[in-house]
Design a protein around this ligand. Structure first.
Ligand code: NAP
Length: 336
């Protein structure tokens, strides 16, 4: 009898991930000439998982749709033309639909060898690359500037805080609990703001009258507006996400057009979407892996454990609840 494996697919379009997702079992595939069959050990959970099930990534996607993106695992079999990787090697991968499954068939060019399939190495693939490439290639990260990071204790925020700090900037980070604020201090954030106990607008007005030079903005909604209002002269705001509006969709707002906030300060808002920056992946990946190895990049993995394909909706809802700290991952144990 053929061996099978489990994966998670969307069988309907919805921002309610649990409602859209279904566990299915299928035959384990054999790799084609340039493919690898990877047994996933960890999959990354992302804020955007609910955008994927909502069909916002590919409006023409057909159902059922494979879910998840990044995974770390061990190569189990390779195609007869594969030369650089062999069974037993550890790799990380990042392909739409490649994460939430026990086995993954992937082209050899989409697998990056790593020393071990750890959650930390996995977190670089999207969370780390987004922060590194957005700040440096689009945000013109400098030094001696004031940088604000929203969702700073989250999967990608923790990278942005550390990269901005290491470059020699003053870093402000927003979060929702004192525990997260303490974590932000540990990773070098100069001014954590717990927005449940302090008003971000008042803190910025009182303590940063010259405004913000660079903002890594991931939350959206009123916090985005506050960040735009507090941009300083030549300030740059990187709009990388709006997690606060993923469930209900973006609020329609009526206000003066955005140029009234920007021109007088020569400020700018720059959108960022990681898949558009593929030529930068290799260099930034190398740099982040090297920093992880040397201990100059401290990557926090959320300590809540999610095991197996069936637990993925719990993990996605946990991230969406706003409670998580660091990177949320799902573990596929050896025995499942
Ligand atoms: P995450 O930061 O690990 O988790 C989301 C965090 O957002 C929560 O922990 C919560 O922390 C904060 N948050 C604020 N308001 C929220 C709300 N109403 N509902 C849920 N969470 C809320 O998630 P992530 O996967 O790293 O993604 C963070 C952001 O980066 C998302 O907007 C995502 O789409 C974006 N992103 C964009 C790209 C790109 O290519 N553009 C790539 C990766 C990620 P606190 O409230 O404590 O701050």
């Amino acid at each position: 009898m053929a061996e099978t494996y489990r994966k998670l697919v969307a069988t309907s379009i919805s921002t309610d991930f649990r409602k859209a997702a279904e566990v299915v079992e299928e035959e384990r595939p054999r790799p084609g000439p340039h493919e690898l069959l990877v047994r996933n050990r960890y999959a990354a959970v992302n804020a955007t998982d609910v955008n994927i099930t909502a069909g916002r990534y590919d409006p023409n996607a057909t159902l059922p749709m494979d879910l998840g993106v990044e995974a770390a695992g061990i190569v189990e079999a390779v195609g007869d033309q594969v030369r650089q990787v062999e069974p037993g090697d550890a790799v990380v991968t990042s392909t739409l639909g490649g994460g939430y499954r026990e086995y993954h068939l992937v082209h050899e060019s989409n697998a990056i060898p790593v020393p071990e399939p750890s959650p930390e190495a996995l977190s670089i693939m999207v969370s780390g690359l987004t922060a590194s490439i957005a700040l440096e290639e689009v945000g013109a990260l400098g030094h001696g500037e004031t940088v604000l990071v929203t969702a700073a204790a989250g999967g990608t925020g923790q990278y942005a805080v550390q990269l901005a700090k290491r470059a020699g900037n003053h870093v402000i980070g927003t979060c929702s609990t004192d525990e997260k604020a303490a974590f932000l201090e540990e990773i070098g954030c100069d001014r954590p703001i717990n927005y449940r106990t302090e008003e971000v607008d008042s803190v910025l007005a009182a303590e940063y009258p010259d405004g913000l030079d660079l903002v890594y903005e991931a939350v959206g909604g009123p916090l985005f507006d506050t960040c735009v209002e507090h941009l300083g002269r030549h300030g740059r705001l990187l709009s990388i996400g709006y997690v606060s509006e993923y469930q209900d969709g973006p609020e329609k707002v009526t206000r003066e057009r955005i140029y009234t906030d920007l021109i007088a300060k020569s400020a700018s808002i720059r959108g960022f979407f990681l898949p558009h920056f593929a030529p930068h992946f290799e260099a930034h990946m190398k740099k982040l892996m090297q920093r992880q190895r040397s201990g100059t990049l401290d990557v926090r993995i959320d300590d809540k454990r999610f095991e197996g394909v069936a637990a993925i909706p719990d993990a996605v809802e946990y991230l969406q609840s706003g409670e998580s700290m660091g990177k949320v991952v799902v573990h596929f144990p050896e025995a499942t």
